[in-house]
Design a protein around this ligand. Structure first.
Ligand code: FMN
Length: 128
């Protein structure tokens, strides 16, 4: 959860002065996260899921990546988008955890079924 919730207006990408778009244009923006993730050490695989914002993961995902140590973990980027593919957004995140075992990511369209999602994770051997 973001410390400061995004309003509908913050997410209006037809107006380039709104919060989400201003953050995306600034590679150093690190919106704060309210909650702390506990018990990450118990997991070998972490799925990094995000919506595409101007071709990349939202900057708050950069905040998340910088907040934890993913060394040795398997990381899987997945995203949703209106129309863009995952593009370079998964690879962009590698810089935050170069010691992780990055997997090829996947974009899911609006309306992707649970079966589509399961099939992707089954392909990675993460679900049956
Ligand atoms: C600031 C902003 C920028 C976006 N940029 C893109 C984009 O470059 N390509 C795209 O296909 N969708 C883009 N979208 C649409 C989101 O990816 C889409 O709304 C989201 O994946 C759907 O998840 P939601 O239902 O949680 O909003 C953008 C949305 C926002 C708010």
């Amino acid at each position: 959860m973001p410390e400061k919730a995004y309003t509908k207006e913050d997410l209006n990408y037809n107006d380039e002065t709104t919060r989400a778009t201003v953050e995306q244009k600034d590679e150093s923006a690190r919106p704060a996260i309210k909650n702390k993730l506990e018990g990450l050490e118990k997991y070998d695989t972490v799925v990094i899921a995000y919506p595409i914002w101007w071709g990349q993961a939202p900057r708050i995902i950069d905040t998340f990546m910088e907040s934890y140590d993913f060394t040795g973990k398997k990381l899987v980027p997945i995203c949703t988008s209106a129309s863009s593919d995952i593009g370079s957004s998964g690879d962009y995140l590698h810089r935050f955890a170069p010691q992780a075992k990055w997997q090829d990511g996947k974009r899911f369209a609006k309306g992707a079924s649970e079966a589509d999602v399961k099939a992707f994770f089954a392909g990675l051997g993460l679900v049956k």
